[in-house]
Ligand binder design. Structure first.
Ligand code: HEC
Length: 149
């Protein structure tokens, strides 16, 4: 027959085991979250950028061959820039406003303008602008996450 003490110890044992299990699950969930690519950036990339820059960002999407300029290899930005990912410059490049192409028109669409056109009529311009910024920032984050070397 179990004594009260025995019951208590086994109950405590169970509690500790459950807690440890929870802790392991929690830390697994956290690390999975850290490793996961930003779903907003990834989804937008697949919708808007993949046709030219390719599924893996190498610049060989189905539309690439019809362009005068080859789309850039987006996985080598950091390597080309001496090991530093230039967040700001990439943001400005995607936004496209204020970027004047050196030779004639640029092949890369002006995403900043496009993303700012999606607002409903009468929508607060500040909110439209904020959404466009967040989308471009998510794209910068996604591109940063696919850098090689
Ligand atoms: C119609 C084809 C096309 C689409 C769609 C496109 N790009 Fe581009 N992109 C280009 C081309 C071509 C270049 C090379 C520069 C130029 O001539 O415009 C480029 C250059 C870039 C660069 C500069 C890379 C560097 O090393 O300086 C970035 C960043 C970029 N694209 C991001 C994106 C993102 C993000 C999207 C999706 C929102 C996108 N592109 C969609 C064609 C495209």
């Amino acid at each position: 027959m179990k004594t009260a003490r025995n019951i208590l110890t086994s109950a405590a044992g169970w509690a500790v085991a459950c807690l440890l299990g929870l802790l392991v699950q929690f830390s697994l969930a956290v690390s999975a979250q850290e490793n996961e690519e930003d779903p907003v950036g990834l989804t937008e990339y697949e919708l808007a950028c993949m046709p030219c820059h390719g599924l893996d960002g190498k610049g060989d999407g189905p539309k690439a061959r019809s362009l005068a300029t080859m789309p850039a290899d987006l996985t080598q930005i950091k390597a080309r820039n001496g090991g530093v990912f230039p967040d700001r410059a990439i943001y400005d490049m995607i936004d496209g406003r204020g970027v004047i192409p050196a030779h004639g028109k640029r092949d890369m669409p002006l995403w900043g303008d496009r993303y700012r056109k999606t607002g409903d009529e009468g929508e607060d311009p500040a909110a439209v602008d904020q959404r466009a910024r967040e989308l471009i920032e998510a794209l910068v984050g996604y591109i940063k996450s696919i850098q090689q070397n």
